[in-house]
Design a binder for this molecule. Structure first.
Ligand SMILES: Cc1cc2nc3c(=O)[nH]c(=O)nc-3n(C[C@H](O)[C@H](O)[C@H](O)COP(=O)(O)O)c2cc1C
Length: 343
């Protein structure tokens, strides 16, 4: 039997902004929540554990409550050492966070090879030892974000019964393996099997790229405790509103996207050191922002050639005021991967 959903899970299942390191920092989350509706909370990109008994304030800056006033957020920690994890979790608890998420999904070889993130998934014994040590000591409640395994999609079969023996807040499942990175498709059949095995609230995460995809999944898994949206929502920031039933004109979308973009850029300009950092950050975002537009590839290409903020701004202003063509029914998967010339 499933645990009773917590208070914010009652009623409509929440839509949750996924953590994307390098994208969904506090400025992005806050600006997003000011400009778009429909997201209940976010999970923040991971903070790595550090040695020693003190956490440098710099590491916690993004999680300061005053920087996260517009959207509730759950901090995430990446690490494998129980003592270091508890130190970080307590520092976050002291900032006022009652739940902390453990990253068991990071697929990057630099992380996984060191037995962190998805690199821990083949080792149920290490995970058991970790949870025994951490849960009673950390103050806050623990939620877990996981993939199906590192090398194989059945490593999780040994983990879910183990998770069931601990008082977890929820388990967020992205049904891919670590070695898969972001290739192939999220495996919905395996998600369904894992969902059935968990006694904890389970959040679905992976490849939600349109209202149609969401609707299909919602019909198939009506009992999940939430839906986590990443790349699709960053590319189409109206997706949570669409899921909630909003009908938006193309003009609305372009005007609101324009406003969001300029606000975000102004806020980054105020905190990033130097114009090249700003340009780099905006170029990274445009890898996503271009995707919902029929002429997105062309604007990304022009943005890519800019070197200074003023040049970038000139390109984006022209795009939003004269050129942007919203694609209302993008082909499946278009919002999830970088645009190619022909798209
Ligand atoms: C650039 C990038 C950075 C990511 N950073 C994190 C992270 O810090 N923590 C985490 O748990 N997942 C991270 N993820 C994974 C996403 O949270 C999410 O699980 C994944 O993108 C699948 O969901 P989606 O198909 O809705 O994007 C990252 C993904 C990408 C593409």
């Amino acid at each position: 039997m499933k645990a009773v959903p917590s208070k914010d899970d009652l009623g409509r299942q929440p839509l949750i902004l996924a953590p994307l390191r390098g994208v969904t920092d506090a400025i992005f989350r806050t600006t997003f929540a000011e400009c778009f509706d429909g997201v209940a909370h976010a999970v923040a990109p991971f903070i790595s554990t550090v040695r020693g008994s003190k956490v440098k304030p710099k590491l916690l800056r993004d999680m300061l409550p005053e920087r996260n006033a517009h959207l509730p957020v759950i901090p995430q920690i990446l690490g494998k050492d129980p003592e270091e994890f508890v130190t970080m979790a307590r520092a976050l608890f002291d900032l006022g966070y009652d739940t902390v998420n453990w990253n068991l999904g990071c697929p990057y070889p630099m992380v996984a090879k060191k037995g962190r993130g998805s690199g821990l998934l083949p080792y149920a014994d290490r995970i058991a030892t970790f949870l025994h040590a951490v849960i009673p000591a950390m103050g806050a409640r623990l939620s877990i974000k996981t993939r199906l395994g590192r090398f194989s999609d059945n490593e999780i079969d040994a983990l879910l019964p183990l998770f069931n023996t601990f008082p977890l807040r929820e388990v967020i499942i992205h049904p891919r393996t670590g070695v898969q990175m972001y290739t192939g498709r999220a495996d919905r059949d395996r998600f369904g099997e894992c969902f059935a095995l968990s006694r904890h609230p389970v959040v679905y995460n992976g490849d939600i790229d349109s209202l149609a995809t969401f609707t299909k999944l919602a019909k198939r898994f009506p009992g999940v405790s939430g839906w986590m949206l990443g790349r699709g929502l960053i590319a189409n920031p109206f997706m949570a509103e669409e899921i909630a039933g909003a009908v938006l004109t193309e003009e609305d979308r372009v005007v609101r996207f324009h406003h969001f973009h300029n606000l975000l850029m102004a806020r980054y300009a105020a905190v990033l050191s130097g114009p090249s950092h700003l340009v780099q950050r905006m170029k990274g975002l445009w890898q996503y922002f271009g995707r919902p537009f029929a002429n997105g590839y062309q604007v990304i290409k022009r943005i890519h050639k800019t070197r200074y903020p003023d040049q970038l701004k000139a390109v984006t202003e022209r795009f939003f005021t004269d050129e942007a063509r919203w694609q209302s029914d993008p082909p499946e998967g278009r919002l999830l991967v970088p645009l190619k010339k022909a798209s």
